[in-house]
Design a protein around this ligand. Sequence first.
Ligand SMILES: NC(=O)C1=CN([C@@H]2O[C@H](COP(=O)(O)OP(=O)(O)OC[C@H]3O[C@@H](n4cnc5c(N)ncnc54)[C@H](OP(=O)(O)O)[C@@H]3O)[C@@H](O)[C@H]2O)C=CC1
Ligand SMILES: O=C1O[C@H](COP(=O)(O)O)[C@@H](O)[C@H](O)[C@H]1O
Length: 506
Amino acid sequence: MTNTVFFLFGATGDLARRKLYPAIYSLYRERKLGDRFAVIGLARRPKTSEQFREDVLESIKEFARYNVTKDEQWASFAEHFEYMPLDINNTEAFRELKTVADRLDDKFDVGGNRLFYLALAPELFGSVSHHLQAGGLLETPGWARLVIEKPFGYDLPSAEKLNAEIRQVFEEKDIYRIDHYLGKEMVQNINVVRFANAFFEPLWNNKYIANIQITLSETVGVEERGGYYDHSGALRDMGQNHMLQMLAMMAMEPPSRLSPEDIRDEKVKVFRSLRGFQSAAEARANTVRGQYAAGNLKGKPVVGYREEDSVNPESTTETYFAARVFVDNFRWAGVPFYIRTGKRLPVKTTEVVVEFKNVPNNVYLSKKHKLEPNLLVFRVNPMEGIYFKMNGKQPGSEGAIVPVAMDFCQSCQVGLNTPEAYERLLHDAARGDSTYFTRWDEVALAWKYVDKIAAAWGERTDNLNLYQAGTWGPDQAQQLLSEDGFKWWPVNGQDEGEVAWEFTKR
Ligand SMILES: NC(=O)C1=CN([C@@H]2O[C@H](COP(=O)(O)OP(=O)(O)OC[C@H]3O[C@@H](n4cnc5c(N)ncnc54)[C@H](OP(=O)(O)O)[C@@H]3O)[C@@H](O)[C@H]2O)C=CC1
Ligand SMILES: O=C1O[C@H](COP(=O)(O)O)[C@@H](O)[C@H](O)[C@H]1O
């Protein structure tokens, strides 16, 4: 049980509505919250606590994994929620907030533990920390932790500035920087599959692995988020955080213990080993950027990025990027990690594919047999599971070889109702487990890497490749792999042309 007062800054926002209230409700239903908790919703717009509870109910009805009805169970959950209109820029309001917090702490016998969740625009992160201190909210007999949403800065200098501001108030151990991909079941499963199975770890190196491919494709466009996204772009929005974090999970050495610091230390070593680019030309040669133009998605016409209402009609922001990344250490020398992400691609999926090298002196490798490499696939979303593709004899044939699959479909077994990333992360923050939150040194190194790419892109205006919405991005991203003799593997069983293996239908 996690006795906590949750201070939810940005309580009227999109993230709170779609992710945070449903997550808190699931934790309650699964008895991970207990009864000694309170949630204080904070935002500028005026509303009563009664209206707030109604809004929370609506969001849970729409987005939660559990059904909810306005019954006794709902009433006993909802009584833990209160709303207070508060403008971050008003220091005085934080004194009043302390009074509300102390009252709720007493009412629900919380014991002084405080979790400040900043679901706010990043410009406000620094001031909130200072005002919390000035308002006396950090003087508490329990713990006080800060949960910060992404983006953590726009580049390394801005991230450093933000970090310095927050660190004036909170110690690193009490800062929980969210990367919600680290809360996803299958991302957390990467370590388990790697380090708890005898048959993967011995092969997990440059002797046996040809390349690793990480795809994070989305069908959504930027829609109303242009205000943020047009300034950020795919590299900063997804590359600096989710993609490099997944890469680090794939590449890290086994930690000697399962403590948060041991695990994060291993990830930091990966970030330190990322091969930096010696020149802007080298950065450009190893990356591709694109922007979606009008096209068709699932049979419906969709507008191009520049036609989106919230976007500058002359925008040169990328909505797609791909990169060839090298981890220069003993284990990974010479193995390319290919990463790609984009909006308005044909399917919503996140997959990590490990492509193995051929066996030495493969007697089946001849014109007669079409052999495909072994693949191990982590399906992160929307379906969760692990897929392993190998070669086998076609039953009854004269030695024909066919691809066969071992398919562990977690979603089929557990249902699509596995815990949402935000549930896991909120619960972890409340019980003080920072394993799946990003530590400052990880964030800084990731920015250092990404800043080089952004700077190289910024030097030229001819590197933005338009791609039609509903396609797999610019052709240059295919070339990135074909230059090395590889190809992107189809994701999610989608046929991107010739697919040599049977996808096991679910
Ligand atoms: N939405 C999403 O899916 C994701 C969001 N994030 C991050 O989460 C954070 C929040 O995003 P999102 O919910 O989409 O943003 P929204 O714009 O939907 O919400 C912003 C919230 O901040 C409040 N707010 C704005 N200014 C002030 C102020 N001066 N004082 C007090 N409250 C203020 C707004 O309420 P009011 O106007 O009433 O004051 C509102 O509740 C951002 O950092 C974003 O990058 C990260 C990943 C995904
Ligand atoms: O952080 C972000 O992630 C979402 C994708 O998250 P998912 O869990 O739905 O895969 C992305 O749409 C958004 O642009 C980005 O800010």
